[in-house]
Design a protein around this ligand. Structure first.
Ligand SMILES: NC(=O)c1ccc[n+]([C@@H]2O[C@H](COP(=O)([O-])OP(=O)(O)OC[C@H]3O[C@@H](n4cnc5c(N)ncnc54)[C@H](OP(=O)(O)O)[C@@H]3O)[C@@H](O)[C@H]2O)c1
Length: 184
């Protein structure tokens, strides 16, 4: 199985989006991140991406080909695939997985081969994967922003049983990137 990395960006008070469903204030450094060793390493390591349906719908799905940082197979967990498949090419394909996160990880892992599966959100899918013991590393990037309210990354009582070991901390411009190994 490929290594599974779940990575999201949070405000200092722990939210992945504000109470109006907006995450833009967490990504004011997006342009500055391009071409950094941090970003290049993530792109190089990633063989497949997994995301929830809400995360998939954050942008125009037809704009992923050629523009999204990870030009790899993308797996979207959903109860209902879109009626029209988004634009794809020989590198970036979309697979809509309707039989749960375990199946999504198995399919993404097969596609990733020797590389890693990068789970890019959202909070719901990340929590399900942690609770199912399907995450190898948790990467939490903290931005110096307070959102006050919204959707928390980690907000489930049973997550208390998840054990973590610190792997390292990297400062990338405004963000502080925290990496943890999930102990199984
Ligand atoms: N800060 C960051 O780094 C970051 C990154 C990504 C996203 N975000 C924010 O997070 C928000 C999304 O997070 P979220 O937790 O609400 O949503 P999410 O995890 O992206 O997607 C949740 C949706 O995925 C589908 N789904 C989840 N588990 C499933 C399962 N086991 N079986 C079938 N379908 C399943 C369901 O959609 P259907 O029932 O509709 O199919 C569910 O409503 C975005 O709107 C964005 O603002 C932030």
């Amino acid at each position: 199985m490929a290594k599974v990395i779940a990575g999201m960006t949070v405000s200092l008070d722990g939210f992945v989006e504000d109470e109006d469903g907006r995450a833009g204030r967490l990504y004011t450094d997006l342009d500055a991140l391009q071409g950094t060793p941090y970003m290049n390493a993530a792109i190089e390591a990633t063989g497949a991406v997994l995301m929830g349906r809400r995360t998939f719908a954050m942008g125009d799905p037809d704009s992923y080909v050629g523009a999204y940082e990870f030009q790899v197979p993308i797996f979207v967990v959903t109860h209902e695939p879109p009626a029209v498949a988004p634009k794809q090419d020989e590198h970036l394909t979309f697979t809509f997985v309707t039989d749960g996160v375990e199946s999504a990880i198995a399919q993404a892992s097969a596609a990733a081969g020797e590389k890693t599966v990068q789970v890019v959100g959202g909070a719901g899918v990340t929590q399900q994967l942690l609770l199912a013991g399907l995450v190898d590393e948790l990467h939490v990037d903290v931005m110096p922003v307070l959102l006050g309210a919204g959707l928390r990354l980690l907000d489930h009582p049973e997550l208390e049983q998840t054990k973590l070991e610190k792997l390292g901390v990297t400062e990338v411009g405004a963000r502080t990137s925290l990496r943890f190994r999930v102990i199984r």
